[in-house]
Write a new protein. Sequence first.
Length: 263
Amino acid sequence: MKTKYLKHFVIIICAFNLSVAMCGAATVPYFEDFDSYAVGDTPVANFTEVDSTTWTIVAPSFSGQAYQNEISVFSPGPGFVVGENSSAVVNFPRLATTGFLLSTSFVIDELILEGADPSNTANIGLVARAADSMPASSGGDRYQVSYFLDDDDLGHPTGKLYLTEHNLFFGDSLNVLSTGTLPVVVGHLYSFALEGRISGTSLLLRARLTDETTSTRISVAATDSANILSGSFFGYFNNVRVKDGGTVTINADFDDFFARARR
């Protein structure tokens, strides 16, 4: 586990309801290794969770303690489509107008894909410059990169990265798939990063996913040249979907969450 010390302290005000844990703004550079929290359904400083019951502190994990997200959906039969998003984000006001780097590591503990429908799917993702603290429920503006753990029958094959901009007013854009594919392996250690660089009036976006167990990597990049997003929320965004009978479940441990400004 990495050990770092932050030079700034932030006064944190948190509020809770049945499904959302909400906390205040944070400064960058920012590092969280989740080691200082009690194991269980413990709120993490600065993170807003949706649904908060799906995010827990676990130990032991691949590197000390970890931030676990477990989401599962069940379809009882034909005609029933069930999906669920899950997010945990931090408010970084400074990164709304600067370049940024967001990174984390994760291990997939469990992946269940039961059911015959080809659109059943699951993915693990990162979001940047999201417009609000609850992207999993609001569907608000955001840059998002997703690692598809199963083909969704909508043009997103297993093992690919998909980089997109969700823009409610001007329309979604980017929509770029990685050329390479990284096998989905339960128990392997992955590192995941999403960065944005400012170039004139454009934002250059790039995401990288590395299987640290096999030392293999894929990446995807795109340029947003118009209607650039300026939200301040950054973090995790995962999804599961099942149709016409079956169960889809993700259980993954996340660690070493890091964010900083960059040129």
